[in-house]
Design a protein around this ligand. Structure first.
Ligand code: HEM
Length: 211
């Protein structure tokens, strides 16, 4: 059985997760600022932030199956993981807008309209915004059962993010297959989840009868 942590220890772990989660961005920004990010530091930084958005989306989506399969209960970390995905997406978009497109809003708009991979990226980001805004306790209380319905937007957001990623990459390699494969697997799990939960309930009932 998992050890029970005090509320204080839990909150320290969550804050630690935010700090550790933001370290890759801070470290890579530092490398870029000190001229150690290769020939095209802006592109490298932009891609790096996109990649970590995908990674945090994967970790956020992995919480439910790991809990369902009794492998790890990370429910208390899910909000931080989801917010980290949003922060990375926001930094990715900001890098693209400020450093790549030199704050030229009309160039950004032209890109969104003309280049399908940017359109999908923007759609994914737009879907993440209401999730980030309502990720607090007050919104959960205010929205009641509508909160869970709203937060299902994570699924189309992740699917659009995966599509954007596969289209942004010129050549798909092992890294892309692993990231996209994991996202597809985690999204597909939602389709079979009702059956997994039914089987789990039946197993528990059986165990209770045998006791
Ligand atoms: C949830 C939202 C998003 C995710 C998960 C995401 C993810 C990624 C990833 C992983 C890459 C790297 C592809 C590679 O390895 O080359 C990438 C590239 C890129 N993304 Fe996003 N992205 C998102 C949203 C956006 C948005 C909103 C924009 C701009 C409006 C954007 C613009 C770009 C651009 C321009 C590149 C290509 C950089 C290059 O030229 O190589 N992305 N994105």
């Amino acid at each position: 059985m998992a050890a029970k942590l005090s509320p204080r220890a839990q909150s320290s772990l969550i804050w630690g997760l935010y700090v550790v989660g933001l370290l890759p961005a801070a470290w890579t920004f530092w490398l870029g600022a000190s001229g150690e990010l290769g020939a095209d530091p802006v592109k490298t930084f932009e891609r790096f932030l996109g990649l970590w958005t995908i990674r945090f989306l994967i970790l956020t989506l992995a919480v439910t199956p790991l809990r369902d399969l009794d492998l790890f209960n990370g429910l208390r970390y899910r909000r931080a993981l989801g917010l980290l995905a949003f922060y990375y997406a926001a930094m990715h978009l900001t890098t693209y807008w400020v450093l790549d497109q030199a704050l030229d809003l009309s160039a950004v708009w032209a890109d969104i309209v003309k280049r399908p991979f940017i359109t999908f990226g923007m759609m994914a980001f737009t879907l993440l915004v209401p999730l980030a805004v309502t990720s607090n306790a007050a919104s959960i209380r205010r929205l009641g059962s509508r909160w869970s319905t709203l937060h299902k937007l994570i699924y189309p957001a992740a699917a659009l993010g995966a599509l954007h990623y596969s289209m942004a990459t010129k050549v798909l390699g092992v890294e892309q297959y692993i990231h996209i494969g994991l996202l597809v697997l985690l999204l597909a799990y939602r389709l079979v989840r009702p059956r997994v939960m039914e089987a789990k309930k039946a197993r528990r009932k059986m165990a209770a009868v045998q006791r």
